[in-house]
Ligand binder design. Structure first.
Ligand code: GDP
Ligand code: MG
Length: 383
């Protein structure tokens, strides 16, 4: 993923976060609440039959849960790569191979997808039965979900509970774990039943980050996927970071068909001042009279991004080229996001950034795996 431009933005974001953390009395993200949660989780870890370390499939390494490093039983730990729908699927396969080489079991899942949850439930039930046979222990199993904030632990717990094979009476109508796009919304450990015979419970836990600041690259990626509050890193910086990744890759090419640019003339041209205002509106009315506004916005955003990248012919290795393109895109996207023209420069940029981050985080701007397999690992080798 790393290019000169992304490296420059990573440094900027890391520095901003570090500065923000210095201005706070306690370690800025490691709140007393998180410290207490961390202790409560550590006490219960040895009692769990299985531990699901829920990571984000876009950052299989950066979303590691530090606390588990001290936990000695890898045989009872499974790395869950959640949000697989947002990651690049062939890269996810490579990551699973990576975990296999580390003798670590992994499973990629989409908590919002019924089929994916069903498969995962089957896998978990088989696993629990095997464990129970080995242990010769009681007919009840506890599976603990742990991970950093916002990886989807509560969403996963809810889906397992909802789709699990338990009687209707056991599916508490009001019982569910609180899911939120904001990090740190789960405050307590709660239990939900997901299967009978043997009875299997999942324990949803609050997300915990390491107390000390990790390296800039990790923290920037975590900020981009929404693990820490956007205001800490700054919405604009995060949007720039995302755009620098998009501009340096090939994902945008899938939007070529959206481009209305005829032979050589682009409606959004990086080399000229952007002035597509009323054109977007006319085309929208002409082509899709009945569609939903949000869909138009997404299409317009994709088109503007496609046209700006393809007309720019930048060298992704050149930091300045990418950064200039990113600035251009942030300005050009105001139109697509219908930002009122009377809004000041700064406010408009933040609004565009928030909206762009939201589209990225809900998967509408492509599938990006941000972590690379460590260079010393040979995925095709024998060990
Ligand atoms: N696209 C996608 N979004 C997910 C998935 N799982 C969870 N989410 C979203 O991620 C955000 C955080 O989920 P939540 O369960 O509250 O995370 P937690 O902090 O780990 O408990 C919410 O907006 C969820 O809707 C998934 O598999 N795919
Ligand atoms: Mg939660």
């Amino acid at each position: 993923m790393e290019t000169a431009a992304t490296a420059a933005l990573v440094k900027r974001i890391g520095t901003v976060i570090k500065r923000a953390s210095k201005n706070r009395p306690s370690a800025w993200w490691y709140s007393p609440h998180m410290a207490a949660a961390s202790r409560a989780i550590a006490e219960r870890l040895p009692l769990a039959d299985l531990i699901l370390e829920v990571r984000d499939a876009r950052v299989p390494l950066s979303s590691e849960y530090e606390l588990l490093k001290q936990y000695p039983s890898p045989s009872r730990r499974i790395v869950v790569l959640n949000k697989k729908d947002l990651a690049n699927s062939s890269r996810t396969k490579e990551w699973m191979r990576y975990f296999e080489l580390q003798n670590c079991e992994s499973f990629a899942v989409n908590s919002h997808n019924r089929e994916s949850i069903k498969q995962f439930l089957n896998f978990l039930q088989a696993k629990v039965r095997k464990l129970k046979k080995m242990d010769n222990s009681s007919n009840t199993a506890a599976i603990m979900l742990v991970g950093i904030p916002n990886t989807g632990k509560s969403a996963l717990a809810n889906s397992l509970h909802k789709i699990g094979r338990i009687s209707a009476a056991e599916k508490g109508k009001l019982k569910h774990a609180a899911v939120s796009s904001q990090p740190c919304e789960t405050k307590d450990i709660s239990s939900l039943k997901i299967a009978s015979n043997p009875n299997v419970y999942v324990l949803d836990t609050p997300g915990v980050l390491p107390p000390a600041i990790c390296d800039f690259e990790t923290i920037s990626k975590l900020a981009l996927i929404g693990t820490i509050r956007d205001s800490l890193a700054g919405e604009k910086q995060l949007a720039q970071f995302f755009l620098s990744i998009l501009d340096s890759g090939k994902e945008y090419e899938q939007w070529a068909k959206l481009s209305t640019a005829g032979s050589g003339t682009l409606s959004v041209d990086f080399r000229e001042e952007y002035s597509g205002s009323s054109e977007i509106e006319t085309r929208r009315k002409r082509q899709y009279p009945s569609d939903h506004t949000q869909d138009f916005i997404v299409q317009d955003v994709r088109r503007i991004l496609y046209e700006s990248i393809s007309s720019a012919h930048i060298d992704a290795r050149r930091r300045k080229d990418v950064l200039r393109l990113v600035e251009f895109q942030l300005a050009a996207l105001r139109e697509a996001f219908r930002i009122p023209p009377e809004l000041g420069e700064e406010d408009a940029c933040i609004r565009v950034s928030e909206k762009l981050l939201n589209l990225y985080r809900t998967g509408r701007l492509g599938h990006f795996t941000l972590d690379d397999i460590p260079k010393d690992i040979d995925l095709h080798g024998t060990s």
